[in-house]
Design a protein around this ligand. Structure first.
Ligand code: 13P
Length: 242
């Protein structure tokens, strides 16, 4: 399977800039990686049209715990699916730090799976945990809270886990590729031990055009989740053409 590169634009762009950037993305003509772009919610509908004739897939940055219905202000997975969204990020550290609990993350995962969309479940340790060598213990806890509640059928679905050390996100401090590879391997093995058969583990956190190759070379890293460097088209195009 091709490695995957996911662009998370976060809330960085007003709609006009999102459309300009999406147009540039649509000019990419590489076949080596699967590319997924996650604009903000406002960009999803117009960008779904811009990307229609490309091989870039559409993702969302989050989704509601609710189905379609009387839930003011919510954006259900099924509404996103109707626009062609194939991947949804869930449990990103920026959402967890804004109050999203593990229970909420799990409810979102279930809704996403119910819609036959691929969840990209984000996990990672903070700086204190990293410095205390608690990374594996922290990730185990985050993963177990999800794996232990999934049904047999849900465990057989394609699931992406994005390992993003919280201290590395947007900081310019990237984890060494071999360490990232080691952690991603642990995640994959832990998933297999818990009967999840189709898990791909990707890495994110200060990935740029100079270090992306090191991660992509790692056998146990199935792709990248990019923040800042996905907003700069020349850099992004360098990464996907590497
Ligand atoms: P940066 O690439 O800006 O560090 O962000 C990573 C991230 O949070 C992607 O979801």
């Amino acid at each position: 399977m091709k490695k995957i590169i996911i662009a998370n634009w976060k809330a960085n762009l007003p709609i006009r800039s999102s459309l300009v950037l999406a147009k540039k993305y649509s000019s990419l003509s590489q076949k080596k990686f699967s590319i997924v772009v996650c604009p903000d919610f406002l960009g999803i509908q117009p960008i779904s049209i811009l990307l229609k004739k490309t091989n870039i897939s559409l993702g969302a940055q989050d989704a509601s715990i609710f189905p379609l219905g009387a839930h003011t202000g919510e954006i259900p997975s099924s509404a996103l699916k109707s626009l062609g969204v194939k991947f949804i990020l869930v449990g990103h550290s920026e959402r967890r730090s804004n109050g999203e609990t593990s229970e909420i993350t799990f409810q979102k995962i279930q809704r996403i799976l119910a819609e036959k969309i691929t969840p990209v479940i984000c996990i990672g340790e903070n700086l204190i945990q990293h410095n205390q060598n608690k990374t594996i213990a922290v990730l185990k806890k985050q993963l177990f809270s999800i794996f232990s509640q999934l049904s047999k059928e849900e465990k057989e679905r394609r699931i992406l886990i994005a390992y993003e050390p919280v201290w590395s996100i947007g900081s310019g401090k990237a984890l060494d590729a071999d360490e990232a590879g080691f952690v991603c391997r642990f995640i994959k093995e832990f998933a297999n031990q818990n009967s999840l058969s189709k898990v791909e583990v990707i890495y994110g956190g200060s990935v740029n055009e100079s270090n992306s190759d090191n991660y992509l070379k790692e056998e146990n890293i199935s792709g990248l989740l990019l923040g800042g460097s996905s907003l700069n088209f020349p850099l992004f195009s360098k990464i996907v053409n590497s």
